[in-house]
Design a protein around this ligand. Sequence first.
Ligand SMILES: *[C@@H]1O[C@H](CO)[C@@H](O)[C@H](O)[C@H]1NC(C)=O
Ligand SMILES: *[C@@H]1O[C@H](CO)[C@@H](O)[C@H](O)[C@H]1NC(C)=O
Ligand SMILES: *[C@@H]1O[C@H](CO)[C@@H](O)[C@H](O)[C@H]1NC(C)=O
Ligand SMILES: *[C@@H]1O[C@H](CO)[C@@H](O)[C@H](O)[C@H]1NC(C)=O
Ligand SMILES: *[C@@H]1O[C@H](CO)[C@@H](O)[C@H](O)[C@H]1NC(C)=O
Ligand SMILES: *[C@@H]1O[C@H](CO)[C@@H](O)[C@H](O)[C@H]1NC(C)=O
Ligand SMILES: *[C@@H]1O[C@H](CO)[C@@H](O)[C@H](O)[C@H]1NC(C)=O
Length: 574
Amino acid sequence: MRLLALLPLMAVAVAHVEHLEPRSQPGVPQPTPVDLRPLEWGDLNIISTTDTHGWLAGHVKEGSYSADFGDFASFLAHMRQQANYRRKDLLVVDSGDLHDGNGLADATNVSGTVSNPIFEKINYDALAIGNHELYLPEIAVDTYKNFAPKWGKKYLTSNTFIKDAHTNKTVPIGKLYNKFRMKFGTRVMSYGFLYNFVGAANNTIIEPANVTVTLPWFQKSLKEDVDVYLIVGHVPVRWAEAVSVINAIRAVHPSKPILLFGGHLHIRDFKAYDGRAFGLSAGRFMETLGWMSVSGIHDRACRVEANCIGKNLTVSRRYLDTNVHTYKTHSLSHRKQRFDTWRGRQITKEITKARKALGVSTVLGCAPQDYFLNRYPYTDSRSLLNLVTKEILPFSIVDKTRPYPTVVFINSGCQRFDVFKGAFTVDDTYIVSPFHDDFEFATVPYKVAKNLLNGLNKAPFQKRAEVQASSTNVTLTPGYVTNDDYGLGGDDWPHSPIPYVATPNYVSTDLPTGLGDNDLVDVAWLSFFTNLMAPLFKKLDPAGNYTIQPYRVGITTYEMWPIFAKAKWANATC
Ligand SMILES: *[C@@H]1O[C@H](CO)[C@@H](O)[C@H](O)[C@H]1NC(C)=O
Ligand SMILES: *[C@@H]1O[C@H](CO)[C@@H](O)[C@H](O)[C@H]1NC(C)=O
Ligand SMILES: *[C@@H]1O[C@H](CO)[C@@H](O)[C@H](O)[C@H]1NC(C)=O
Ligand SMILES: *[C@@H]1O[C@H](CO)[C@@H](O)[C@H](O)[C@H]1NC(C)=O
Ligand SMILES: *[C@@H]1O[C@H](CO)[C@@H](O)[C@H](O)[C@H]1NC(C)=O
Ligand SMILES: *[C@@H]1O[C@H](CO)[C@@H](O)[C@H](O)[C@H]1NC(C)=O
Ligand SMILES: *[C@@H]1O[C@H](CO)[C@@H](O)[C@H](O)[C@H]1NC(C)=O
């Protein structure tokens, strides 16, 4: 009776498969596991996210970053357990920008309608507002009316205000500050700062950080007796706004520990302002969890601050790749422990259901190759901006009914991510091109058109280039190689560096050929930078008087992608 004998074995096999299945989003790739160094725990430990931009489903095409928010919730549950076991305090913080960049957030009429309630299932201890919560008046109102109240004192907007339409009063969107005491005794004073963002909706006000820190409420808050200052901020750790807040606290407290969790530039970064003040940025798009641990904050001798000036705290920082192997390695106390929690599984299922309902997995076509935003010069056929300027703008944007040849200009920053070879989905349209920037045009002589790109790229622009080594290491998977104030070694997974090539701030379709200086050309551009175009026209042709009009009304930088993919990539099989 061999058959009977086999049955129990089969049952075991089935149970095994069942046990492995519900983790991350269905069918996503997992990375090949590597050995990771244990995290260093301190008296106070902080896990930080920033610039999540709706990527709560994780990266469904990239194993390194394939964990979703359900996995994140399970990870945090185990980390909080570890903290309890070690009798150490653990904080979980976010530095803003929840919108614009992923279908889960942006496929709803009001961005965030579906993704914000999922985000709210993570028990963050402190959160900051980002500039992407403030571009549109209705998003600002939604943040004020719906998002901020969910968090109460934990949503910190020390320098960001809204005009309440009902009371006509200008009020902070969240709270100015929050003082709290943690389970194992750490007393924290927390603030939330946004960089000096210009371009916010007109129902909001951003106060410069260097002004806020002079105000009576802020100075009064510095008189409270606490162990550590916590700043969550949608601000790069090296920018003047961050430094002004650190300096304002330092001016009153010469040796009190100060920890800042920043963001905005989408980079991994760590800065030591002095031996007792540190800042960390946790990358972007749920690719990175930032980890910082600090020891020495409960040193009794330091109650007299003068005693501890120049006495460095013991600090560690680490940038974790967001995949289940990372999460399991760092959070489980033994190998056999079950990783998925009930709550984590619920969140994973909810994300799967929401993605389905929103149709973000719908395949529009098949990308014939990879297109990278920053790995190759933009004139290279592997560059995404090359595809956009050579094929997408001419196909989706250029108005063929016009009598003149056309040049279209965009800022390269309006494109946000790589496109990978294979199925190109509705989700990808939001990922690569989330903004709804519309186009305008004017008809100008060729002599003006031919000088515009140069003129645009001379306009001032600020962005810190990512530090990237150029050698490759075939034994490692490509990924982040971060060089910060403590040098290399902050990245949790060893990676070979990905080449990084800076692109011009503005790019355009090819100039028409064979024209004389006075032949007419339509030039089209994004209304986002009309403020640069109008003065350029004046400069290049002082006598000219060009009429600026809307172009291809209803088609924006977002729509140009689905239009192109449905027409050009639909017939290929992936
Ligand atoms: C989104 O807006 C469109 C047009 O206003 C409307 O038809 C649709 O029902 C809305 N969808 C949701 C989910 O509210
Ligand atoms: C708010 O201001 C507007 C315009 O100034 C006015 O019409 C309205 O009555 C005011 N509302 C309240 C509640 O004061
Ligand atoms: C704010 O901008 C909107 C358009 O987005 C406009 O309708 C409104 O009048 C402006 N309000 C103020 C107070 O400037
Ligand atoms: C704040 O910084 C700005 C530059 O960003 C500067 O122009 C201004 O004078 C500063 N204000 C104060 C109060 O320090
Ligand atoms: C203390 O930290 C500061 C800032 O990072 C650094 O310059 C200094 O060398 C450190 N001192 C010691 C003794 O490690
Ligand atoms: C590749 O990486 C491994 C692991 O970090 C290292 O031991 C080796 O020296 C590296 N090889 C090169 C050529 O950089
Ligand atoms: C520019 O042209 C517009 C109409 O196209 C006209 O109203 C305006 O007066 C002109 N301005 C100058 C400075 O010529």
